[in-house]
Ligand binder design. Structure first.
Ligand code: TEU
Length: 629
């Protein structure tokens, strides 16, 4: 990269887009939200990053698609399983992540591929056994990896014994565990009862959220599939039963939970109609079905429960603990006393605008600065915003300014419900995206396969698996494209399953080159880039725990600084990301390029020998990580 080195060392010329004076003026004029002002680097030193879920990186595994192993009878079924995950832990260790979050593997009829749970305290035979899970957990912990479970508290399967009981009769003891409602009063036309749905609430998978139960002549609510009836979270027995199931796993030593649809748990007690959406009259605004105030009480209860446990890894809690279930007795939701050093994480799946999202961090507990909500309310805004420097700068600044004191940020760029990152932004920008995610302040969550640059796969109508697509075909709701099997090696079925088995979803076609083994041998591959970014993030406390300042978009370039901890021993970093289709120039203070997303040009110097900034060239879609002098 002589060109770059040359331009850095000799250029005193005015850059195309920004003269030095203009740059200063712009930098000063940017109206930083309060907390981004330079007198408070966003390290928030009062609440230093001390927990593994703050300094670490989370990696999501969709178990159906990670690694299939043959059953004891010797046959592979083309669906990934828990022993498969255990077999691939070394890959994850060498990748450099800290924790895995595993999408549901509980017993389930699989109407929504495990998000319809029929037993919260077991393992579906498709994925293995409880013993397989214990082996996975113990092996992960022995390798220093954390294990986070996906928990689905909003709804069960319609085959869960609780629902079977609940629907058996109106006076069943568990009737009130779900949301049952009478038909509306008949009108002049005397519509049959089963057509008189209680209100206009919609299922997230299309159609009414109400299903008629002929046997008991009432409707039940389902925010997703009709096979996923919603639990009644106003019922203390429901809460206690769910908390008890959480204890089952916490006692086994899991490091935390990702809570499915946490913002949807509670619905309006008066069942009021949602108002029409002025932007799209065919839909409604979820005013009475989402983000209800009572939800925060429940989140705080969950947090209290998790905080009554210590660090699973350091306590080596691999085996069922002595105090199982006593913490959440079946009749009470009384808070437990916090563990002196709580170590489990509560993550919430929450799709809400930033001001509402940050409220899920909760309020401080009495007489302490500790927030009592979710440790990490997932921040999906980088997925939802335009892929453009200014839009992203604004998200970062707004988010940082809204975070309550003591709240730890986080960012997500992909998951099993969203089109793949490399498909959304393109393969070149996916490299820049990796640098963005892994150099921002806050916990990053990676989606399996994104480290290879995996893309959405085309799904022919006869290959559709996802009920979201089957229910409402042709509207792009299907999530199969982003769930295709992990690509491990250049061999039949890419090592995901045995050569003769049929994977449950087709493989990405270019698996011969996009697989992990091939990329491991290529020092310039996407996987090598992730490896380097993860290693740098781990090595430099500035990157995993430091502050962030000067978040600015200059045309297509997004720039921000990561600032070291107050001890004065850590390096500060400048990050420069070119979102544009053209090569761009900007100014950079003196320092050394320690990583480029195109993986050439490391070691180049920036700035002038006299300590002033000089121009620097950034390729289209390139990101630079610069250690400042
Ligand atoms: O997803 C909840 C959810 O709201 C998403 O389906 C969301 O509507 C969509 O992705 C927005 O782009 C969770 C799980 O992640 C999903 O896989 C389940 O199907 C769903 O809950 C029901 O449990």
């Amino acid at each position: 990269m002589l060109r770059r080195k040359h331009s850095r060392l000799t250029s005193r010329t005015v850059p195309l887009t920004f003269a030095p004076s203009a740059f200063k003026a712009v930098a000063l004029a940017v109206a930083f939200p309060r907390t981004i002002a330079s007198n408070r680097s966003m390290a928030d030193s009062e609440f230093a990053a001390t927990q593994w879920w703050q300094t670490g990186v989370i990696y999501q595994i969709y178990p159906r698609s990670f690694q299939d192993t043959p059953s004891p009878s010797g046959l592979a079924d083309g669906v990934g399983d828990l022993p498969g995950i255990t077999a691939r832990l070394d890959y994850l260790v060498s990748l450099g992540i800290d924790a895995i979050w595993i999408s549901p593997f509980y017993p389930s009829p699989m109407a929504d591929f495990g998000y319809d749970v029929a037993n919260y305290t077991g393992v579906d035979p498709l994925f293995g056994t409880l013993a397989d899970f214990d082996t996975l957990l113990a092996t992960a912990h022995a390798k220093g990896l954390r294990v986070i479970l996906d928990f689905v508290p909003n709804h069960t399967s319609d085959q869960h014994p609780w629902f079977l009981e609940s629907r058996s009769s109106r006076d069943n003891e568990k009737r009130d565990w779900y949301l049952w409602h009478d038909p509306t009063q008949p009108g002049d036309d005397w519509q049959p009862a089963k057509q008189r749905i209680p209100n206009n609430w919609m299922s997230n998978f299309g159609g009414s959220a109400w299903e008629w139960d002929q046997h008991t002549e009432q409707f039940y609510l389902h925010s997703f599939l009709k096979q996923q009836p919603d639990l009644n979270w106003r019922n203390p027995k429901v809460r206690a039963a769910i908390y008890s199931a959480m204890c089952f796993w916490l006692d086994r030593g899991v490091d935390g939970f990702r809570m499915d649809v946490l913002w949807l748990l509670v619905k309006d007690e008066f069942y009021r109609n949602n108002p029409p959406n002025p932007q799209d009259l065919a839909s409604t605004l979820p005013v009475f079905t989402a983000d209800q105030p009572e939800t925060h009480v429940i989140v705080a209860e969950m947090r209290t429960l998790l905080d009554s446990y210590g660090d699973a890894l350091s306590e080596n809690a691999g085996a069922p603990g002595p105090d199982s279930r006593t913490r959440a007795s079946t009749e009470t939701t009384t808070p437990n006393s916090p563990h002196p050093t709580p170590g489990r994480v509560l993550i919430g799946e929450i799709y809400l605008p930033l001001p509402e999202l940050v409220r899920y961090y909760g309020q401080p507990a009495e007489n302490t600065p500790q927030l009592r909500g979710a440790n990490l309310p997932f921040n999906f805004h980088l997925i939802q915003t335009q892929w453009q420097a200014e839009a992203i700068a604004q998200i970062i600044r707004t988010y940082e300014s809204l975070l309550p004191s003591g709240a730890w940020p986080n960012y997500v760029l992909g998951n099993h419900d969203q089109s793949r990152l490399a498909t959304r932004v393109g393969p070149q920008q996916a490299r820049l995206a990796a640098m963005l995610l892994l150099t921002l302040r806050g916990t990053p969550t990676l989606y399996y396969g994104d480290e290879l640059g995996m893309q959405d796969i085309p799904i022919a109508p006869n290959q559709v698996q996802d009920p979201a697509e089957k229910n409402d075909p042709g509207k792009g709701r299907g999530r199969d494209p982003e769930r295709s099997p992990m690509l491990w090696v250049d061999a039949p079925n890419a090592g995901f399953t045995t050569p003769t088995a049929t994977p449950w979803l087709p493989l990405q076609q270019d698996w011969q080159t996009i697989n992990a083994a091939t990329q491991q041998r290529n020092p310039k591959s996407m996987l090598s880039l992730y490896n380097k970014l993860l290693a740098l993030r781990r090595r430099h406390d500035t990157l995993h725990s430091g502050g962030i300042t000067d978040v600015v978009a200059e045309g297509n370039i997004l720039r921000y600084r990561r600032t070291g901890l107050p001890d004065g021993h850590s390096t500060d970093f400048q990050i420069l990301l070119n979102f544009g289709a053209e090569t761009a120039t900007t100014l950079c203070a003196p320092g050394t390029v320690i990583l480029t997303t195109i993986l050439d040009g490391e070691g180049s110097l920036t700035g002038n020998p006299d300590g002033t900034s000089s121009t620097i060239t950034i390729e289209s879609g390139e990101g630079l990580l610069i250690a400042l002098d």
